[in-house]
Design a protein around this ligand. Structure first.
Ligand code: GDP
Length: 511
């Protein structure tokens, strides 16, 4: 039996709270996958690398940093596409949207801290689409919380079944390696650095208290169940230390073995299987040029079906005119040279001048439109105030553009003249103001809006009209003219939902 090329793809992201060890783990995954040769290269941008591919040239000429947006490596016939979820210090919709382009995720938890706020937020986005999660409890080379406590916290806070797949032999000062439940072997620390260098003790003698824990752990949690994992109901949990290289190869193996290959994608005309011969994909991220003199952008497309070939003509939904894609960036193992083909699950970077928008579907025949690339309820809302009132038209254009690019969301209140922008992270506001100035020559500032959050309203015309009659001051339209309720607080949302059971107050809007 031959395997379709797409079936070898594993497209995934790492979700974590800052400092849990995402960067360190990324480096180690790439090292083991042979994609980089020295740890530390993930953070060393540009200068440290030689410009030998077209991809690098694009990066240099246009000042677009695509470095580490997509990291591809190959091991034992499996192609791993690791998508970076940006927004370390801050949160942006980019981060959320990247998660719509993956088939699974690794959740990294600091063994001393457990589930932290950003881990939880990102997890919730994964849950929206039932993205299966493999958990990595990191930093067990240091003193951490008891393993049972961490496992129970994951189970309770995320409402997931947990299934430990390995167990640390001690932590911190007593750390003596990781027991792999599947093989019964213990990977041992070595040398002054106490790293894992490949030595596995096949017949380990475990300290009595560890042996007892292991027995309890194996009896006390559900067995690994592939179906439950793939439905997003169960998470296998690996313990390890990214810094000292423990648990990393087990993670790679787990992704290869358990993580799903490209899944069928929901579209308006039903699910599109990766087996479907027609080339289809959707844009989940647009990266603008950092040099304001250029309008070039890179649109990141996740391929959903068909085999993409360089030079192919694809039609973006909504535009109607086919675009020939002559210089796609394909992110391939080692050098990430421009390659000639890509398979479902792969990511293609498409240079363009703003024609491609986040959420667009591209297809050969223009019959397909993917759904499920959501907007998320903004957590920070601000009024945009113009310093020069003659620039209203430019501002409207800028806000429409930037919201289509996914930098911000924009809301046009039914009453009053100040437009409101919404974001999920402060960083997006900084980007907004600097781009308004640099690219649109619009001098504006932001002031607090009297709202705390927004909800998309779904219901019959009659129900919407009745609601708007009493809540006109809180009604707005988004850029697609969908009705939005601007709420003073989340309590307000709950209150209105209770009073208006025939309306849905949605925190996400599927495009
Ligand atoms: P990120 O913010 O999630 O990308 O986290 P980093 O990978 O930058 O790691 C944050 C800090 O934790 C750095 O100082 C790392 O060296 C350290 N770190 C990461 N993994 C481990 C680990 O397994 N053990 C220990 N002791 N430190 C770690």
């Amino acid at each position: 039996m031959t395997t379709a090329p797409w079936a070898t793809r594993r497209t995934f992201a790492i979700i974590s709270h800052p400092d849990a060890g995402k960067t360190t783990l990324t480096e180690k995954l790439l090292l083991q996958g042979g994609a980089i040769h020295l740890a530390g290269e993930v953070k060393a941008r540009g200068a440290a690398r030689r410009a030998r591919s077209d991809w690098m040239k694009i990066e240099q000429q246009r000042g677009i940093s695509v470095t580490s947006s997509v990291m591809t490596f190959e091991k034992d016939g499996i192609v791993f596409n690791l998508l970076d979820t940006p927004g370390h210090e801050d949160f942006s919709e980019d981060t959320y949207r990247t998660l719509t382009a993956v088939d699974s995720a690794i959740m990294v938890i600091d063994a001393a801290k457990g589930i932290e706020p950003q881990t939880l937020k990102l997890f919730e986005v994964c849950r929206l689409r039932s993205v299966p999660i493999i958990t990595f409890v990191n930093k067990v080379d240091r003193e951490g919380r008891p393993c049972f406590e961490i496992l129970d916290e994951v189970a309770d806070k995320l409402a997931l079944d947990v299934c430990p797949m390995s167990w640390p032999v001690g932590m911190g000062g007593t750390f003596e390696g990781i027991l792999d439940f599947a093989t019964g072997g213990v990977s041992r620390p070595e040398g002054d650095s106490r790293e894992f260098l490949g030595t596995i003790d096949a017949n380990p003698t475990l300290p009595a208290e560890v042996a007892e824990e292991v027995e309890l752990a194996q009896a006390g949690y559900p067995e690994f169940d592939l179906e439950a994992y793939r439905h997003g109901d169960l998470t296998p949990v690996y313990f390890g230390s990214a810094l000292k290289n423990f648990g990393v190869s087990e993670l790679i193996d787990a992704i290869a073995k358990f993580a799903p290959p490209p899944r069928p994608q929901p579209s308006e005309a039903g699910e599109i299987s990766p087996d479907n011969g027609e080339v289809t994909g959707f844009i989940f991220k647009v990266q603008a040029n950092m040099d304001p003199q250029h309008r070039d952008r890179i649109a990141f497309m996740r391929l959903c079906s068909g085999t993409f070939k360089r030079g192919m003509k694809l039609t973006p939904s909504g535009l109607g005119k086919p675009v020939a894609i002559h210089s796609p960036i394909l992110f391939f193992a080692q050098d990430r040279e421009i390659a000639d083909t890509a398979e479902p699950g792969d990511i293609i970077g498409i240079p363009n001048h703003g024609t491609l928008r986040v959420g667009d579907t591209l297809s050969e025949k223009n019959g397909v439109r993917f759904t499920g690339l959501p907007n998320f309820a903004p957590e920070i809302l601000r009024r945009v105030v113009l310093r020069d009132p003659t620039k209203t038209k430019q501002l409207r254009k800028a806000l429409d553009d930037l919201s289509e690019e996914g930098v911000i969301q924009v809301f046009y209140p039914e009453i009053g003249s100040n437009w409101v922008v919404g974001v999920v992270g402060q960083l997006q506001l900084d980007v907004l103001i600097s781009r308004l100035e640099a690219e649109y020559k619009v001098d504006a500032f932001l002031e607090p809006a009297p709202y705390d959050t927004a909800r998309w309203l779904i219901g019959s015309d009659t129900a919407l009209k009745a609601f708007a009659q009493f809540n006109g001051g809180n009604m707005a339209k988004d850029r697609d003219r969908n009705p939005v309720f601007m709420a003073r607080s989340s309590w307000d949302v709950g209150y209105q939902q209770e009073k208006n059971p025939d309306l849905t107050f949605s925190a996400t809007k599927e495009r």
